[in-house]
Design a protein around this ligand. Sequence first.
Ligand code: FAD
Length: 378
Amino acid sequence: MQPILIVGSGLAGYTLLKEIRKRDASTPVTLVTADDGAFYSKPNLSNALTAGKSAAALANASAEKMAADLNATLLTGTRVTAIDTQTRRVRTAGTELGYDKLILALGADPFAHGLTGSSAADVLAVNDLADYTAFRAAIDGKKRVTVLGGGLIGCEFANDLAHAGFAVEVVHLGDWPLERLLPVEAGRRLADSLAAIGVNWHFGRTGKSIERTADGYQVTLDNGDTVAADVVLSAIGLKPRTQLAQAAGIPVNRGIVTDRLLETGAANVYAMGDCAEVDGLNLPYVQPLMVQARALAATLTGTPTPVVYPPMPVMVKTPAHPVAVLPPKLGATGGWSVECSDTGICALHLDDSGRMQGFALTGSETSRRNTLARELAA
Ligand code: FAD
């Protein structure tokens, strides 16, 4: 009997494996992963300094322990290089593996930072535990970190680094942080709160080039300004890993295209997590992948179950001024209705008839997120 074959040991792959085992203790499951298979929670990477955790301490369990606990075969350090959907086999560097069902939980790649210059290769990005280990080694004993990108991940790292005493510069193309998710008032409040703990903003700017100096790096911005840094971290966004599926003839768009059962255009092949575009939506957050894992585990164990998302607010881990946001659906009409107090901002996205379609809350107002999410669900 061929196994259920999961590719990827991130939160998507492991959560699916756990959900399968809750329903079925014995069906053979093999999990193949390009990394070392250690189980960790990726969101912890951007607040580990404040939490007082080393990179090593973020790994909760080794691949061996996960394999034993979940009664699965784990192949670590093994990259899948091709899929044959006709014969139901995948190829790796050394071997071929058959599958009954194949689940692609491949994650996403950081966008290329685009900086030129002799030190362009020194710019770091943090998208997994190995990256974070390298990042912690790079900042050890250093003082100045420049972050490229003021989105969710950039803001979280800026907060964590500034709180830990680093001098942080953030270079951000938008006019305020998280400008695609937050109205200007909420974005400015977040920016000001991070500035109050020492973050220096460069809005409306991108990095152009990076050169070594006697004591670190010089980053030149698109307006000619320069920023001195010991370490440069790129956090300008992620793009779903679609190449493997595309090469196998599986339809891809922004992500690997699936229906609500998470089935791709190829029979017996599913996709979930950051790499997947489920019924038109790529949602690269933890809560959607948890919903996907529960639905897919049911489907794979005999009860076809479509993904139905509840309202899922995203928390931005910026303790200097926390943010909770539930963006309106793409193409939503209407606009923001914003109320500001000294301690936070409540912005409701209302349609033309005054119905709430989403929200952005900051500071003390974030405590309203569950009540508002329930209102939206109703
Ligand atoms: P990944 O964790 O990227 O896992 C992909 C796996 O696929 C890896 O094991 C990789 O080795 C493997 N792989 C890829 N290609 C191959 C191949 N060809 N062969 C074999 N294996 C392969 N979300 C929130 O909801 N809240 C937060 O607070 C939050 N904070 C975040 C902070 C940071 C710093 C980052 C980077 C993300 C954050 N996110 C947050 C997003 C969230 O962490 C991700 O949505 C989630 O972890 C993605 O899990 P995944 O399993 O889909 O992908």
